[in-house]
Write a protein that binds this ligand. Structure first.
Ligand code: AMP
Length: 112
């Protein structure tokens, strides 16, 4: 999508600190980290949020979770949290599907 921040980041049109990239997804450090480890992983194809996932396009979500597990293992993370906010009330500020991966500090539940 031409005016989407995360589409521009995954296309290299806006700079980011890349963690990982393949043909389907792009991972990069969050610009405002909320934990010692905080990166985002997104599909390259635009989807607005989890709400836009369907049986026809859901393969990329499984792929993203396999990449998260691989990156976490490579980073030596034995405990981490994966979060996706859907909609403004839940805290979504960028309307392109993304998963936060957070680690390196104690976390509380329920989330705020
Ligand atoms: P959310 O609020 O769940 O939609 O998450 C969006 C995340 O994107 C926030 O944690 C922001 O800090 C992060 N963010 C916004 N702009 C950038 C950027 N240019 N580079 C990296 N992370 C960003």
């Amino acid at each position: 999508m031409s005016d989407c921040l995360f589409c521009k980041i995954s296309a290299g049109e806006i700079p980011s600190k890349k963690v990982y990239e393949d043909e389907l997804c792009y991972a990069f450090h969050d610009i405002a980290p909320q934990a010692p480890v905080h990166f985002l992983i997104i599909p390259k194809a635009h989807l607005a949020s989890v709400s836009a996932v369907t049986p026809d396009n859901c393969a990329v979500v499984g792929h993203i979770f396999a990449v998260i597990a691989k990156l976490a293992a490579e980073m030596g993370l034995d405990s981490y949290r994966v979060v996706s906010n859907i909609g403004a009330q839940a805290g979504q500020s960028v309307p392109h599907l993304h998963f936060h991966v957070l680690s390196g500090r104690d976390m509380t539940w329920p989330p705020g």
